[in-house]
Design a protein around this ligand. Structure first.
Ligand code: ADQ
Length: 460
């Protein structure tokens, strides 16, 4: 008997024709799971003036079919920028003050999910394993069930999940939880996220999860699992070693001279703790003047979601902080902070990580944070750099020999930077060895294997 077909559904489909510098994240995480014959369905990234009703457009690459639909301008505004990124994203990152709830956006979120379901149904076969990704598509499972899909459907949440005390702020908290319970498997990065969900099920839905983390609703049992996402660690390490001798690395080294490089790599997002991090670097230079002229901080912050107003405000705030730090500490032959808002090519990024004596990964909240894992994989084990990591990143549950900091405390981050820049080789090696043990074991491949094993085992 042949294995069932895998159907991946995500909001944005990384089309093979447009794999640019940002190709990463999900495309890498699912590379091993997607086989010839698999289908990836979702939004094309295109916006049309009027509501689109045409059937999905399909392209094929390496035997994998990528089927996409367009969103109308109004769907984009209400479903994507509105409820998904203006309500769920801040809520799931504990930022209640940034939540702007509007009922019409919630309705559009439900409607677009129904439209996704309508477009997907004709492409499905009875024994498909359907794997839905992320908060934009929570109601898709319910919508597929309502259209008669009885096969196995799983969902993975890439963001954190919040405890019921926070979730209750959402006027539609019950529907969101019930939407999750329509899946056979619900995956989270950490036990903390899973526990928050199960508490919500108990406190808000009034259902009692069983001792294995299963929730039975309407005769169907949903299993909540912990499955931390990983990277292709060996591939990334090889890329880092290879680009070490490439032209970009030569330019970087020439520009640094004998100075140490510190690096931060993020999407420009308020969950990433960028103002606090740059503030911390200023404090390091203030408190420990011996590091002045000895270290350069490269912050790569690729612009994202610029049609959500908070993201524009953050960009302006960062421009100001970077400008102030540069103005205050620069000397005529040294600039403390290098700040880029363009994404870097993955190979270049891998080499830059390897060149960096420390990486500062200080999100205020993060589902996992793949940058932390990429940094670990890219190091030369004989002379590794030091990872400074937020205790509120999912990655901290695994990478506990990083220098763990509270990302809200610039003084603590500044002290960790000092410790990192003065750490002896043996300690760097020991910390790195322990982290590499996780990163090279809990890989992208293992992530999809664990999820799909749970999904296949779920009763159909
Ligand atoms: P993100 O919030 O996007 O992902 P992250 O996990 O760090 O965060 O992944 C970002 C990816 O994009 C990494 O592969 C990184 O190398 C790349 N990237 C980021 N900034 C870049 C830049 N400036 N230039 C080039 N590449 C850049 C969401 C969740 C995370 C979760 C992932 C996967 O918010 O918590 O880890 O999904 O589940």
């Amino acid at each position: 008997m042949s294995a069932p077909r895998l159907v991946v559904v995500s909001n944005r489909v990384p089309l093979p024709t447009e794999r640019g510098p940002r190709a990463g994240g999900l495309a890498v995480a699912l590379a091993d799971a997607l086989r010839p014959g698999s289908l990836w369905f979702g939004w094309s990234g295109r916006r049309t003036a009027r509501a689109a009703t045409s059937p999905p457009e399909t392209v094929e690459s390496n035997g994998i079919a990528y089927a996409t639909i367009d969103l109308s301008e109004s769907e984009y505004r209400l479903f994507y920028a509105g409820f998904s990124n203006g309500v769920l994203w801040p809520l799931l990152h504990f930022r209640l003050g940034l939540v702007h709830y509007r009922a019409e956006e919630y309705r559009a979120w439900q409607e677009v999910n129904r439209r996704f379901a309508d477009a997907l149904i004709p492409l499905l076969r009875p024994d498909d394993l359907i794997w839905v990704h992320d908060y934009h598509l929570i109601p898709l499972g319910e919508a597929l069930r309502a259209r008669g899909v009885t096969g196995r459907i799983g969902f993975f949440l890439h963001t954190p999940f919040v405890p019921p005390e926070v979730l209750r702020a959402l006027p539609r908290a019950e529907q969101v939880l019930a939407g999750l319970c329509a899946y056979d498997v619900i995956g989270f990065h950490t036990e903390e996220h899973r526990a928050g969900f199960l508490r919500g099920v108990r406190d808000i839905l009034g259902l009692t999860p069983d001792e294995w983390g299963g929730v039975t609703m309407g005769g169907r049992r949903a299993q909540a699992i912990v499955d931390p996402i990983g990277i292709d660690a060996a591939g990334f390490a090889a890329t880092a070693a290879q680009s070490w001798t490439g032209p970009e690395l030569r330019r970087l080294r020439a520009s640094l001279g004998d100075r140490a490089l510190a690096i931060g790599v993020d999407r420009l997002d308020y969950s990433k703790g960028l103002p606090q991090r740059l503030d911390a670097f200023g404090r390091l230079l203030e408190r420990h003047p011996e590091h002045r002229r000895r270290v350069s901080f490269l912050q790569v912050a690729a612009r994202s979601r610029e049609d959500v107003s908070e993201y524009r405000a953050l960009r302006i705030e960062l421009d100001r902080i970077v400008g102030e730090t540069i103005g205050q500490y620069s000397e005529f032959d040294w600039v403390p902070v290098r700040y880029m808002s363009r994404p870097l090519r993955r190979a270049t990024l891998a080499g830059f990580y390897r060149a960096a004596a420390m990486a500062v990964v200080t999100p205020l909240r993060d589902g996992m944070n793949l940058v932390a894992k990429e940094y670990v994989a890219a190091q030369d084990p004989a002379n590794p750099g030091v990872l400074i990591l937020s205790r509120f990143a999912g990655a901290a549950a695994e990478l506990d020999t990083a220098l763990i900091v509270n990302p809200f405390d610039p003084d603590e981050i500044a002290e960790a930077m000092h410790v990192a820049l003065t750490m002896r080789l043996e300690e760097r090696q020991a910390r790195h060895r322990a982290m590499a043990g996780h990163v090279f074991t809990a890989t992208a491949r293992r992530y999809s294997e664990v999820f799909l094993a749970a999904l296949s085992g779920a009763p159909a």
